[in-house]
Design a protein around this ligand. Structure first.
Ligand code: M6R
Length: 624
């Protein structure tokens, strides 16, 4: 969480920092601030609230310079306030820091620093870092002797190294020192950090979307590395010793991919991009009716037949994709598969070993729990495959193989297009695994491939339901409780639909397997409650219709989602039917979630909520 920006170059730093912070705002948006070298020292401006409040403050009280750092916050320690907003300074205002992550031992560091005479202005864990650097800096140049070549020809870099060696936890830390106005020092442990290489300028950010207007040539700072950045170069070294040479990589995304492009919200734009990104995710991977070619994932028949367990680990929406993936792997590849929440997997002593394949699914590739779960699986001998969207992300770099989802930048906190591309990637993966294991014979394989290829056009057709969904949202946006139900492949979709709905509408919502309603939840179904029933699976339609009748008899408002193959069976039992094209039942989740995304969006919009940045949340959850 939290967004970090840094700029050093020839242009005024403030507009670059504010622009970058706006692009990173989805990472956290409860306060923001920046610090700029002004020729005589470092000036700070910061404010609780969104970036707009910081921009207003700067307009009233401008600050000028060509070197600066900026931060947008998602509070972990200390409530959102002007004082707790970053940057934080040392006792003399000569060292200034911004930080993304958590310093776990900050309480003990803080009391030791207080005992040594430091005074604190905030409740944050971050502020201890400013004071630790201050102490190390004051110890003087002798420090550079034990610091690595490359990084620590700077006294500041040596002081930063000394400071972080006392801290435990996660950090992307960016530091300015008034006495070294020609450089920015940054250090990374777990929380992401990238450096954009411009012409006569360098830009630092938490992720590449903030760099795109300036450069597409980036260097990723890895865990345990420190960077000394001047206008002309970015020098990397390992903390504790050893210069690092890393070739820049070129980002394929262009700046317009991270802009709204005429849509009212990023979420709506991203929903409408889904047919195209589905196409891109499959491009080159389904060359004919026989083959599924997964670049980046080696699936030899011998190794594939050795696999006796597939774990799918992920969080939130990506976990819901994992639940669909579990069914796909079992049905197509005939391997026992289990999906688990990454935050649970790592603590359950999982039965994973050398014959296990762990699929770690994550849009950002930076979700702390998912990364930790993948590491846990690997430490038990499992092979790890990342299903990730962000190229070069931590998860992607650490996994044995990577299947990229090619959704492009997803800016809205509420995930939509990433989910669809995860489903497509998992279907291709399960199909390829089935082919390699001999469980998906050619005719069945060809049918799956044709089904996959049809999805972008079918997704476009589903988007045409939007006017009907707007009318539905106008009628139902004041409900107070909603239940989403489904069976088989429809159940994870119900879970995802419910998450979308509550996340941005703030209406209480839960998801259930249709058969479970009568085991307790039915007690909550009273007139006025909304029930959204997924009924897309021909083999299960009679069963879900029975469940629909049970809730209808209690006065619930019924919205059904059916395909053209199941619609006739469902229509008589619901108040509103959203009808989508028929498809291979195993691929229908790619289509059936789209009306639920649109419904959540329009309900949230009509309720006047901040759709792209829902309360209390952040896009990239880099804390545990
Ligand atoms: O970047 P990731 O895919 O690892 O993120 C996982 C979840 O935090 C994310 O899907 C979250 O649940 C979304 N906000 C849901 O819309």
């Amino acid at each position: 969480m939290c967004g970090i920006m840094g700029y050093i170059g020839e242009r005024p730093a403030v507009p670059v920092l504010l622009d970058g912070l706006r692009r990173l705002e989805y990472r956290g948006y409860d306060s923001a601030g920046l610090a700029v070298m002004n020729g005589a020292g470092i000036e700070i401006r910061k404010a609780a609230g969104k970036i707009g409040r910081l921009a207003d403050l700067i307009e009233r009280s401008p600050v000028h310079g060509i070197v600066g750092i900026g931060h947008t916050r998602w509070a972990t320690h200390g409530f959102p306030s002007d004082e707790n907003a970053h940057p934080h300074a040392d006792c003399h205002g000569r060292i200034v820091v911004i930080h993304n992550g958590i310093i776990e031992n900050f309480l003990e560091l803080r009391s030791a620093l207080s005992a040594r005479g430091h005074s604190f202005k905030s409740d944050t864990d971050t502020e201890v870092l400013a004071h630790l650097i201050e102490e190390a800096y004051e110890q003087g140049p002798g420090l550079t002797s034990d610091a690595p070549a490359g990084a620590a020809r700077s006294r500041l870099a040596a002081a930063v190294e000394r400071a972080v060696s006392q801290a435990t936890g996660a950090y992307a830390l960016v530091v300015l020192a008034a006495d070294e106005p020609d450089k920015i020092v940054a250090v990374r442990m777990i929380s992401p950090l990238v450096i954009g290489l411009g012409q006569g300028e360098m830009i630092l950010a938490s992720d590449v979307t903030a760099l795109l207007p300036y450069t597409r040539d980036v260097v990723i700072v890895e865990d345990g590395e420190i960077a000394v950045i001047t206008r002309g170069e970015a020098r990397l070294a390992r903390i504790g010793g050893g210069a690092v040479t890393r070739e820049p990589m070129r980002v394929a995304w262009d700046a317009s991919a991270a802009e709204k492009g005429g849509y009212a919200h990023f979420m709506l734009k991203e929903i409408h991009e889904q047919p195209r990104v589905l196409q891109e995710t499959m491009m080159g991977r389904l060359p004919d009716d026989e083959r599924i070619v997964l670049d980046g994932v080696a699936l030899t028949p011998a190794a594939s037949r050795e696999i006796d367990k597939v774990w799918l680990v992920a969080c939130g929406t990506a976990y819901h994709a994992g639940l669909v993936g579990r069914l796909l792997v079992e049905q197509l590849a005939h391997v026992s598969a289990e999906a688990d929440l990454a935050s649970e997997f790592r603590y359950r002593d999982p039965l994973a070993g050398p014959r296990t394949l762990a699929l770690a699914i994550s849009q950002s590739g930076e979700t702390a729990d998912t990364i930790a779960a993948a590491r846990e699986a690997r430490s038990r001998g499992a092979r790890t495959v990342a299903v990730a969207n962000v190229v070069g992300s931590t998860l992607a770099r650490e996994a044995s193989d990577v299947l990229y989802t090619r959704a492009g930048p997803e800016i809205a906190v509420c995930s939509t297009k990433a989910y669809l591309t995860q489903l497509a990637a998992l279907a291709m993966f399960a199909g390829a695994l089935g082919q390699a294991r001999g469980t998906l014979p050619p005719p069945a394989g060809a049918s799956l491939i044709r089904g996959l290829r049809a999805l972008p056009t079918q997704a476009q057709a589903v988007l045409r339901l939007e006017p009907q969904i707007v009318r539905l949202a106008e009628r139902l946006h004041t409900v107070e409780d909603a239940f989403f139900v489904g069976r088989g492949f429809d159940y994870p979709v119900a879970m995802e639909g419910s998450l979308k709905f509550k996340e941005i509408s703030y209406i209480h919502s839960e998801a259930f397997a249709g058969g479970e309603l009568k085991h307790g939840t039915l007690a909550l179904v009273v007139p006025g409650v909304l029930v959204v029933a997924l009924a897309t699976q021909p083999a299960l339609v009679d069963k879900i219709v029975s469940n629909i009748q049970q809730v209808r008899a209690r006065g619930a408002e019924l919205v059904g989602v059916a395909t053209t193959a199941t619609a006739d069976a469902v229509r008589p039992h619901v108040d509103t039917l959203l009808e989508i094209p028929a498809a291979d039942p195993r691929l229908v989740p790619v289509l059936s979630v789209i009306p639920l995304q649109l419904f959540a969006y329009h309900v949230a919009r009509l309720r006047g909520n901040d759709v792209d940045q829902p309360r209390n949340l952040a896009k990239s959850v880099t804390v545990e």
